[in-house]
Design a protein around this ligand. Structure first.
Ligand code: PRT
Ligand code: ZN
Length: 284
C-alpha cells in the first residue's frame, strides 16, 4: 500500500512542496515532465498536477492527500479535510481599487464591477458584508482589468504588493490570509491513515525546527540565574562549566518570533559570544 500525494506540477508551490518532502527525509525522483513518480524510501507515490485540480483529485480519491493553497481549497469548495498548514506559499486575497479612488470602507464596493479569479470566495465575502456587486470572473492578469475599463476593482492574490503598485492599484481589504496546506481525502483506510500520520509527524518536526533556533552563549556565573530566566529551552537550558573560572556555557532553543527581544536582554544581562544556529529537525 502506498499513500498517493498530489502536488503542483509547476508554479509557485512546486519547489517548496518537493523541498518539504525532502526535508521530511523522503527521496523522490523528480524528472522533468513526469506526471508521477515514487519515493525510494517511503511508501509514497507523487502526482504532479495543476493546483486547481488538486482538491477534486483528493475528494475523488484519485490522490489520498495533496499540497495546495488554502485559497484554492476554499474556492473549489470540495469535500476534503485540511490536516495542517505547511508554512509556505503565503499570500493574501485582497480587494484593490485604482490608487486615485477614495476608499472609505467595504460599503464602497456596492454596485461596482469586480474582476477576480476567485468568484466563490468573493461572493461569500460580499454577502457577509451585505453588498451586491457585479463579479467578472477572469482566469489571469486580473490586475489589468481596471486599466482597460473591464472593472472598477479587483479581488486577487497579493504577496509583496508590487504587481498592484505597478498597475496603479491599492490594496483596500484583505479577504483571506492564505498559505499552502496539506489536504486529505475524507475516507482514508486505516493503513493510509497510518502513513499520513507518519508523514504529518515528520512535517511537524520540520516546521517546528524552522520556527526555532539553537542558541549557545557564555554567561558570567554571577549573572547565570538571570540569564537562565530569560531562556525558555525545550525543558530548561543546558549549563556547562567553561574552562575559564567564573563562566558557563548556556545552550537553549529560542522561538524565532521572540528571538531579537531575548537576544537584547541576554546581552544586557552580560551574555557574551552568542551563537545562533539553525535546527534541522525538532521532536518534542
Ligand atoms: O499552473 P497552475 O494552475 O498549477 O498554477 P497557477 O498559475 O494557478 O498558480 P501559481 O503557481 O501562480 O500560484 C500557486 C499558489 O501560490 C496560489 O494558489 C497561492 O496559494 C500561492 N501564491 C503565493 C501566489 C502568490 N503568492 C502570488 N503572489 N499565487 C499567485 N500570486 C500572484 C498574484 O496573483 C499576482 O498576480 O502574484 C502576483 C502578485 O504578487 P506580488 O508579489 O506582486 O504582490
Ligand atoms: Zn492554478
Amino acid at each position: 500500500m502506498k499513500l498517493r500525494i498530489a502536488i503542483q506540477k509547476s508554479g509557485r508551490l512546486h519547489e517548496d512542496s518537493i523541498k518539504l518532502l525532502k526535508e521530511c527525509g523522503i527521496d523522490i525522483n523528480n524528472g522533468v515532465n513526469k506526471l508521477k513518480t515514487e519515493a525510494s524510501n517511503f511508501p509514497l507515490e507523487v502526482f504532479f498536477l495543476r493546483d486547481d485540480d488538486i482538491p477534486q483529485y483528493v475528494e475523488d480519491g484519485v490522490a489520498d492527500i495533496g499540497m495546495v493553497g488554502e485559497n484554492v481549497v476554499l474556492e473549489k469548495n470540495r469535500s476534503v479535510k485540511v490536516a495542517t498548514k505547511l508554512g509556505f506559499g503565503k499570500c493574501r486575497l485582497s480587494l484593490a481599487v485604482p490608487r486615485s479612488v477614495e476608499y472609505n470602507g467595504v460599503k464602497d464596493m456596492d454596485k461596482l464591477r469586480i474582476a477576480t479569479s476567485y468568484p466563490v470566495i468573493l461572493e461569500n465575502f460580499l454577502k457577509e458584508n451585505g453588498i451586491t456587486a457585479d463579479i467578472h470572473e477572469i482566469s489571469g492578469s486580473v490586475e489589468i482589468a481596471p486599466g482597460i475599463g473591464l472593472a472598477d476593482a479587483i479581488c486577487d492574490l497579493v504577496s509583496s504588493g508590487s504587481t498592484l503598485f505597478m498597475n496603479g492599484l491599492k490594496e483596500v481589504e484583505v479577504i483571506l490570509k492564505s498559505e499552502s496546506v496539506l489536504i486529505t481525502n475524507n475516507s482514508l483506510n486505516a493503513e493510509q491513515q497510518q502513513l499520513l500520520e507518519k508523514l504529518l509527524f515528520r512535517i511537524q518536526a520540520v516546521k517546528k525546527a524552522k520556527n526555532n533556533k539553537y542558541v549557545l552563549l557564555n554567561a558570567p556565573n554571577d549573572n547565570l540565574q538571570k540569564i537562565i530566566s530569560l531562556l525558555p529551552g525545550m525543558k530548561s537550558p543546558t549549563v556547562l562549566p567553561l574552562a575559564e573560572a567564573g563562566w558557563s556555557s548556556v545552550h537553549s532553543v529560542l522561538n524565532e518570533n521572540d528571538f531579537w527581544d531575548i537576544i537584547e536582554s541576554l546581552k544586557a544581562a552580560g551574555a557574551q559570544g552568542i551563537l545562533v544556529v539553525p535546527i534541522e529537525k525538532m521532536i518534542i
